[in-house]
Design a protein around this ligand. Structure first.
Ligand code: ADP
Ligand code: MG
Length: 628
């Protein structure tokens, strides 16, 4: 039998290798722009079409390549950046593997034009699918221009896996920011489909951050500056009140290279402990400067995971550095026990600078409540609604539709009597002696609120306990989803439109969501260049929640990649979660009654929402068992 082993042709080997380095158009941009930076460019222009699907062009004014280098750079392991393995430990450049260009050229139609300042003429190289088609002299500007067309044209299986233009553009934007944020001394321009999207002049680091994230971030950043023998740490961290749920403004760079580092992220979170709301995290732009011998960048093909020799001490230095900045800029408030609360209180920085009130923590206190009064089943931790001033703000929404829906056919769980809702049915008649104590029928409390979170009420067959927030989410969710599905919604016009600025990728997303948003009750118009005005909001959404909702929506759709099948459900659920009453909100009798009424007018009041239980039922037998 003859031998069976053979060497793969170069272009096939490169195509396979490309799988590691080049996943999508954004990877091409990353590799090309990093090469431009390594070539000493001070100006880089990126031109893309169809989110990089049809064209990615990167033009720089760097040092260019000689005729021979222009050809050699497409060979595997052809690099000017290292010549021995030891060089890896003194690396200050972005590239070093000599893998990017052979990979890119093997999966696209590529043209390179390059010229060194000292040469009379430049060189043109044309490569299709890894095969050199042409190499000749051309007249061109100093520097280098790579034009990459029809990525994956010869690997249909991979081209098929590219996502929508919105998603691919969002990846490009991410890679672009990672490079732009670490090279403020380089001027960048990014064009998409012949439109200029980002234009960044040479600037300071802070100006660069502002050029990306808008003017509002300028006053939200605190300087961090630590100089130790082991490491220098510089950059900015966000003020605690700007912490966000899904925060994309989080960057670590080491020696000019973006890196992911979950362990150092924890150091920052630790420094912000108790300063930010649970579930949120702060903005940060952290730049490490360290002897390259103390890190290993070679562990990951796209080089975003970097190993540090002394992680533990750096963790502590970082944590202390961030804490110091927070302290220096006086954002760590002194605890004020007089007011019984902390930084979340009205006097704290949370509400003073941020328009969004932290409602969940602003509990109303029932000063007239007397725990020793033997009335009903009161006791510590219980709250009798009739003692509080009803807060009717925004409650209209809850009553809306109740009249019309209360007679609709309902599908109650078997343990709930199958009858249309009547509040009187829900309540046990007071016991004879109770009647004597009570001043009058109208004072009778049918609903008990516990710790601003649960509502208890008695129904014919037992005691029901309802999670007030989830119940309201469920009611609003059904309402919003119906509007979305029937394509009609009530909107309240705003006297003063809310202006918001978003990134280009978010603007593309917002445009896609615009129609569905209008059925939810949002009237949003695109003013161009990432500016949008919110002119109308859903009838039962607070003005202060409108921007919060839109940003939250954008973040979650960005995270999840392409807009999912169930996007209507997601949009309705998010809006319901944003608009629903929160735990901690004290409710009046009337409010509780209406909440319960609305909940039980839904087709299946006891069904879970977003995988969470809304209500639970204690039957009389269950209660009786407890007393055996
Ligand atoms: P690496 O960056 O790891 O060296 P690449 O495949 O990205 O590998 O690039 C190979 C070589 O091509 C680089 O080492 C560099 O010498 C040359 N090169 C690539 N892009 C440019 C550019 N924009 N300007 C000048 N030289 C470049
Ligand atoms: Mg490179």
């Amino acid at each position: 039998m003859s031998d069976v082993i053979h060497l793969l042709p170069d272009n096939v080997a490169n195509q396979i290798a490309a799988g590691e380095v080049i996943q999508r158009p954004a990877s091409v941009i990353k590799e090309l722009v990093e090469n431009s930076i390594d070539a000493g460019a001070t100006s880089v222009k990126i031109i893309i079409k169809d989110a990089g699907r049809t064209l990615i062009q990167v033009i720089d004014n760097g040092k260019g390549m000689s005729e021979t280098d222009a050809r050699l750079c497409f060979d595997r392991h052809a690099t000017s950046k290292i010549s021995s393995a030891e060089d890896l430990f003194s690396l200050r450049t972005m590239g070093f593997r000599g893998e990017a260009l052979p990979s890119i050229s093997s999966i696209s139609q590529l043209e390179l034009r390059t010229k060194r300042a000292e040469d009379e003429v430049g060189t043109l190289v044309v490569i299709n699918g890894g095969k050199i088609e042409k190499q000749e002299s051309v007249a061109c500007a100093d520097g280098t221009s790579f034009s990459v067309k029809n990525i994956f044209y010869n690997v249909p299986a991979r081209r098929k896996f590219l996502k929508s233009n919105t998603t691919e553009f969002s990846h490009i934007e991410k890679e672009f920011f990672r490079i732009a944020l670490v090279n403020p001394n380089v001027e960048f321009e990014l064009y998409h489909n012949d439109q200029i999207i980002y234009q960044m002049r040479q600037s300071s680091l802070k100006e660069r951050i502002v050029a990306i994230y808008g003017k509002s971030i300028n006053s939200q950043l605190l300087l961090i500056d630590v100089d130790s023998t082991l490491i220098k740490i510089g950059g900015y961290v966000g003020k605690p009140e700007t912490a966000k749920k899904q925060n994309e403004h989080q960057y670590f760079f080491v020696n000019g290279r973006y890196m992911r580092h979950p362990y150092f992220h924890k150091a920052i979170m630790q420094a912000y402990e108790r300063l930010i709301q649970p579930g949120t995290s702060p903005d940060y732009f952290i730049y490490f400067d360290i002897d390259p011998a103390c890190i290993d960048v070679n562990i990951h093909p796209t080089k975003t995971e970097i190993k540090f020799e002394s992680e533990q001490p750096i963790w502590s230095i970082l944590m202390a550095g961030v804490k110091e900045s927070l302290g220096k800029f006086n954002v760590v408030p002194s605890l004020d026990f007089e007011h019984g609360s902390d930084i979340f209180s009205d006097n704290g920085f949370f509400n003073s600078t941020n328009k969004t009130p932290v409602t969940s923590l602003n509990m109303e206190v029932d000063t007239s409540y007397n725990p020793f009064k033997t009335e009903g089943c009161g006791g510590a931790g219980y709250h009798y609604s009739k003692k509080t001033t009803p807060n009717v703000e925004n409650w209209q929404a809850l009553y809306d539709g109740f009249e019309s829906e209360k007679t609709s056919k309902t599908d109650f769980p078997s343990y709930i009597p199958q009858e249309s809702f009547d509040p009187a049915n829900f309540v046990c008649p007071p016991a004879e002696n109770e009647k004597l104590v009570m001043e009058g029928e109208e004072n009778k409390s049918h609903y008990i609120q516990m710790r601003g979170k649960y509502i208890f009420t008695v129904m014919k067959s037992g005691l029901v306990c309802i999670d007030q927030h989830r119940a309201h989410v469920k009611i609003l969710y059904e309402h919003y989803l119906k509007n979305l599905q029937q394509q009609k919604a009530a909107s309240q016009q705003l006297m003063f439109p809310i202006m918001i600025n978003v990134l280009e990728s978010e603007a593309m997303l917002l445009d896609e969501l615009m129609e569905d948003l209008s059925y939810l009750g949002f009237e949003v118009s695109n003013l161009g260049k990432g500016a949008f005005s919110i002119n109308g909001i859903p009838s039962d959404c607070k003005e202060s929640n409108a921007e919060l909702y839109l940003r939250d929506l954008l973040n979650s759709f960005k995270e999840g990649g392409d807009l999912k099948e169930n996007r209507k459900e997601q949009m309705a659920l998010k809006l319901a979660e944003t608009s629903a009453i929160k735990a901690g909100k004290m409710m009046s009798e009337e409010e509780m009654m209406n909440l319960v009424a609305q909940l039980f007018s839904l087709p299946s009041p006891d069904a879970i929402i977003d995988n969470r239980t809304v209500l639970t039922f204690f039957t009389q037998e269950e209660i009786e068992k407890k007393f055996k």
